[in-house]
Design a protein around this ligand. Structure first.
Ligand code: FA5
Length: 339
């Protein structure tokens, strides 16, 4: 029985599946199994009372040992099977790392801009991309017969709505909603019917800024623009301010940035001029204030419209605006995950 017990243990240890465990059970405890036959084939009549007792108890012990071992082996074989089935786990395979996505360069610029302006006490105001013709044009002093409308053709909806051509569309809305005095920016997407080239897209981003208070002057406007650009580029930049016409500001200016890609030498991005038109701006036209119900004899303000897309191009050295909307993951992956 000692020898049988050792053999049984060895056979069972080699059985790793439920089927193999069952084979061991049949071989030892089945109807013709070794342990069963040992009990059956022993002629007890030839044994003394003492031998009967000793043999009987050893046989019981062997049977109980075999049954318990088989039960444990069955359970562990079943466990192994279900673990394999549910996870297909192979601990020898190399691990798969998790890759983090990266932010789009325009998102990066927008987040940075928002934080710079928030630092100067501006509120970030959400604004609709699909806008009423009234707010996009009439409210900012561009009536239906004004030639400025021709330069900003866009995608028209029904019900006097259109895809906004500039974030200035949100000026009167914001004054109506928040009242004055106010200091706000509204970044977002704009749409124009454009001949697309390295610096013009039909879908691009602007960030409008609007400050209305008492005694606001061009000096306040210039101070804010200088702070903005030095913080964005973390370097000395050259800008120029020249007169510019926009029906909703008086006086109006164009703030140009010396092209950072060619350092003013002239390249395709700046159309060979060495300058990039970056921030049109000016003092809010009295008619716009009136349209929002603000008294222009008490309040004045300044507004600006940063070309966010072009700012991203300058900041990251992107030579062609079309790369930004192309959706090529290899392009997007070059930018940092976090700001
Ligand atoms: C405007 O849209 C005015 N609303 C800006 C403004 C706001 C003036 C407040 C005064 C006061 P403009 O059409 O120049 O102006 O566009 C402003 C900026 O948006 C441009 O300097 C440029 O950086 C960017 N932009 C305009 N059109 C495109 C385009 N098709 N593709 C990429 N960027 C563009």
């Amino acid at each position: 029985m000692q020898e049988m017990k050792a053999r049984f243990s060895k056979d069972l240890a080699a059985a790793t599946t439920a089927e193999a465990v069952e084979q061991v059970r049949i071989a030892y405890l089945g109807r013709k199994g070794e342990i069963t036959l040992l009990a059956k084939n022993t002629d007890f009549s030839k044994l003394s009372a003492e031998e009967k007792r000793s043999f009987g108890s050893q046989l019981q012990e062997l049977k109980a040992f075999a049954e318990e071992s088989l039960k444990a082996a069955k359970e562990s074989a079943a466990l192994g099977k279900s673990a394999k089935k549910s996870t297909g786990l192979d601990l020898t395979l190399p691990g798969t790392g998790r890759t983090l996505g990266s932010l789009h360069p325009i998102s990066l610029i927008q987040i940075e801009l928002e934080s710079i302006f928030q630092g100067m006490g501006f509120t970030v105001v959400p604004s609709p991309e699909c806008e009423l013709e009234f707010y996009n044009f009439d409210a900012v002093n561009i009536p239906s017969d004004h030639p400025a409308r021709e330069m900003q053709d866009t995608f028209w909806m029904t019900n006097d709505m259109l895809m906004r051509t500039h974030t200035s569309a949100n000026q009167v809305r914001t004054m109506e909603r928040l009242g004055v005095p106010l200091r706000a920016i509204f970044p977002g997407r704009c749409f124009r019917n454009e001949a697309v080239d390295p610096s013009h897209e039909n879908t691009f981003y602007q960030c409008e800024g609007l400050v209305v208070d008492q005694n606001i002057s061009v000096a306040n406007l210039i101070a804010v623009m200088k702070t903005l650009l030095s913080e964005i580029f973390h370097r000395e930049v050259t800008v120029r301010l020249r007169p510019g016409f926009f029906p909703f500001v008086e006086p109006g200016f164009e703030l140009d940035l010396r092209c950072l890609l060619c350092e003013g030498e002239g390249c395709s991005t700046c159309h060979g001029t060495g300058w990039l038109e970056l921030i049109p701006c000016g003092l809010v036209h009295p008619r716009v204030l009136e349209c929002a119900g603000v008294d222009p004899t008490r309040y004045s303000g300044f507004a600006f419209g940063v070309g966010l897309t072009r700012l991203a191009m300058m900041k990251f050295g992107i030579p062609d605006i079309r790369l930004l909307n192309a959706g090529d993951i290899r392009f997007n992956e070059q930018f940092p995950t976090f700001v």
